[in-house]
Ligand binder design. Structure first.
Ligand code: DGJ
Length: 725
């Protein structure tokens, strides 16, 4: 529910368990008042005095304007005239002068949630939106802040639009999507950091004075950083303590900050990274900033996780996929790399079919003359000589085995050694007079150019139209550099990064419109663009190129902090593991891959008979639990990243009748007790059957479940719980 108390000039936005409150100070500035547990009354206008109480009278004194602006808790901060903290908006006028002042103008309450043109955003029924208009009369600029909530969620969605009502161009050098002024307190930050094959490791640290920044300037949300930041109370655990979290529905350069100022008060901010960004806003034009999702939890990280998971399942992922059983697939990348033909693929498909696997994905190497990673990106024509068959014929033969077919693309790239590059060297991003920087032997296409985007769409669509292809793995294997476009004007070069992201979104949207049944799995050298923006288009994302079961424990823990297991691409691969060389039991690899979309990435025709013999049963176990895994509540029970010994998560069905617990012991330890795992989310009154024995829900949650110490390193146990009728 959204309310406006006209007398006190206070807005209050309620979700089922939280309230978000702001008000207008002295009829001028929109100031933040409160965010936290639900409060019934709207009467919090007295808190607006917080920023003005240093004045003799609690009113706006022009003689102390700078002092005032630098201490007011703002809803949307602006730069250049007095607030020296992180600003949301920085504008340069047509005269080259910077400085903006946003003054409250009006509001509008809307039933529903308007789309954000060209951008992914949460959607669905039961929404309400508050739009607040702020204006800068000198620049003739309008900023419309948007706040949306759903009746069934405790998340708050924020974004904003900047409109140039003047007659001169202005230049937006920073347009963040939201800031959150929390007031003074003692907090710690939680962020997800990493690298290629080491994505989304959780990091927690005390938040001191100054600005803690989480950012990507790589043109993608990145392996190194994640568009997520939380401030938590020092006592915060999985079950207790306060969390203020922000997650950005965007897939490019981002900026997320937590700043402790001179008064010990905190400001969080999130948006498109201002570095490398400058958007020319011509008279009459508007700029839409992406959406930030804000979550408050008074009961630790588990509660925050549940709010994000439910929001993304119910309001972000394409609804046709949320409750649909995704196919268990086998991907030929780690099986063959570039060395395959139709016979090899058919042999894999045949063996896969015999073991219950439902889809074959043909990875990199089927097009142009690509036998290594140094050619042909952009030449999206099937290499029939290499395949030894046409695509249509190959797909029909795979389908005849009862197996679906999926294919790999890397649409945003161009190889210097490609017909496309020889014909259109100006289609790559490059700085005039400078040789472009290659990564993985490739350049990035200039997606600011409509002709490039059209060419790529037609190339990809032609392949999809030519055969019964039901899945795409959309890969992206290098960051953006040399971000200059021969197509854009001098003044628009700061738009390249954002235009790239917009074009990727538009391409994926268009593909899904033409091929509505297509299952899209995004991938960026593993999990370099695993973010809510991409999730809007693809219900699952390849989580990491590291398929080692032990490394994956930490990667998947960090990923599942925000994203439902149904979105996490996870496969069983061969050993020694191709990334770290570790040897783990086949059963453990399957147990770990169950915390995701589950599939295989190995040469099923070559692995040992002993391993192969386990596949049919593994697929069956996954399929028996798939509804639970895709739709249940996820709980972190133990973290290998923290305890360095063992890992455990649990998923409980929404009706609490069924649960699955996955326990992994990393290194075996001599002469130790078994582990007692305190389960969560069960019915305390219920009785649960585990391996033929019965336990009370109460005891399992309070006293815990005893897992006997396994024999050997890297051992896993998958424990299912069924409530007795
Ligand atoms: C990177 C991906 O993450 C891998 O799974 C694989 O598809 C390769 N690219 C192919 O080049």
């Amino acid at each position: 529910m959204i309310q406006f108390d006209r007398e006190h000039q206070v807005f209050k936005i309620d979700t089922p368990h939280t309230s978000y409150v702001m008000g207008v100070v002295s009829g001028k500035y929109l100031s933040h008042i409160y965010y936290g547990n639900y409060i019934k009354t709207c009467d919090m206008g007295y808190l607006l005095d917080l920023g003005t109480d240093f004045l003799q009278e609690a009113s706006l004194d022009e003689g102390e304007k700078v002092t005032l602006l630098d201490r007011l808790p703002f809803e949307y901060s602006f730069a250049g005239i007095g607030d020296f903290r992180q600003s949301c908006l920085e504008v340069v006028s047509s005269e080259g002068q910077r400085g903006v002042e946003l003054v409250y103008d009006s509001y509008e309450m809307i039933s529903g949630k308007p789309e954000l043109t060209g951008l992914p955003a949460a959607f669905g029924g039961g929404a309400e939106t508050l739009k607040i208009t702020l204006k800068d009369p000198a620049l003739k600029l309008r900023v419309v802040l948007s706040y949306s909530v759903f009746a069934d969620s405790d998340a708050l969605m924020r974004s904003c639009q900047v409109i140039n009502d003047g007659t001169e161009d202005v230049f937006l050098e920073r347009v963040l999507s939201a800031c959150l002024d929390l007031g003074e307190g003692d907090y710690e930050t939680i962020a997800l950091h990493g690298s290629w094959a080491r994505e989304r490791h959780m990091e927690r640290q005390a938040a001191g004075y100054g600005t803690y920044l989480v950012e990507s300037k790589r043109g993608i949300s990145s392996h190194q950083s994640h568009p997520f930041l939380a401030l938590v109370s020092p006592d915060c655990t999985q079950e207790h303590g306060e969390v203020y979290a922000m997650n950005f529905v965007y897939s490019g350069n981002f900026f997320a900050s937590a700043e402790k100022n001179q008064f010990g008060a905190f400001r969080m901010a999130m948006g498109i990274h201002p570095d490398g960004f400058c958007w020319k806003l011509a008279a009459g034009e508007s700029f839409q900033a992406p959406e930030a999702v804000i979550v408050y939890s008074d009961a630790g990280l588990d509660k925050m996780t549940h709010i994000f998971h439910d929001l993304y399942r119910d309001h972000l992922i394409r609804q046709q996929w949320v409750y649909k059983r995704r196919p268990v697939l086998i991907n030929n990348w780690e099986a063959t790399y570039f060395d395959f033909d139709h016979k090899k693929l058919l042999a894999i498909a045949k063996e896969a079919a015999d073991n219950g696997i439902e889809m074959l994905v043909m990875d990199d190497g089927w097009f142009g003359k690509r036998d290594r990673d140094d050619s042909s990106l952009g030449d999206w024509t099937v290499n029939e000589t290499k395949l030894g068959d046409s695509l249509e014929s190959l797909v029909s033969q795979v389908n005849a085995l009862g197996v679906k077919f999926g294919i790999w693309f890397e649409p945003e790239m161009i190889s210097p050694d490609s017909s496309l590059y020889r014909e259109h060297p100006d289609w790559a991003l490059q700085i005039q007079g400078r040789e472009g920087s290659q990564a993985r032997n490739q350049y990035v296409l200039d997606f600011s150019r409509p002709d490039v985007v059209e060419y790529i769409y037609q190339s990809v669509a032609a392949v999809l139209r030519s055969a019964n292809i039901e899945y795409i793995k959309w890969d992206m294997n290098r960051p953006l550099t040399d971000a200059a476009s021969a197509y854009l004007t001098k003044e628009q070069q700061g738009e390249v990064f954002h235009r790239h992201v917009l074009a990727v979104y538009a391409l994926q949207e268009r593909l899904l419109a033409e091929f509505p049944g297509l299952l899209l799995e995004n991938c960026t050298s593993g999990g370099g663009r695993f973010d809510p923006g991409m999730l809007y288009y693809s219900p699952q994302i390849w989580c990491s190129d590291d398929t080692d079961a032990i490394e994956r424990l930490t990667i998947q823990e960090g990923t599942a902090l925000l994203y439902p297991l149904s979105t996490i691409g996870a496969h069983v691969s061969d050993c020694p593991n191709h990334t770290v060389g570790r040897v783990t039991p086949f059963a453990t690899r399957a147990a770990v891959a169950m915390a995701g979309t589950f599939g295989y990435e190995l040469d099923i025709t070559k692995i040992s008979q002993e391993d192969r013999a386990q596949i049919a049963a593994q697929v069956k176990t996954y399929q028996e639990n798939i509804d639970l895994i895709q739709q249940g509540d996820y709980y972190r029970i133990a973290s290998y990243q923290k305890n360095k010994r063992y890992d455990c998560y649990e998923v409980v069905s929404k009706d609490r009748k069924k649960a699955v617990v996955v326990f992994v012991q990393v290194l075996a330890e001599a002469n130790m007790h078994g582990h007692i795992l305190r389960l969560k989310g069960l019915n305390p009154e219920g009785r649960y059957r585990i391996n033929g024995k019965c336990f009370s829900g109460d005891a399992l949650m309070q006293a815990g479940l005893l897992v006997k110490r396994p024999w050997g390193d890297f051992q896993a146990e998958v424990i299912t719980l069924m409530e007795e009728e």
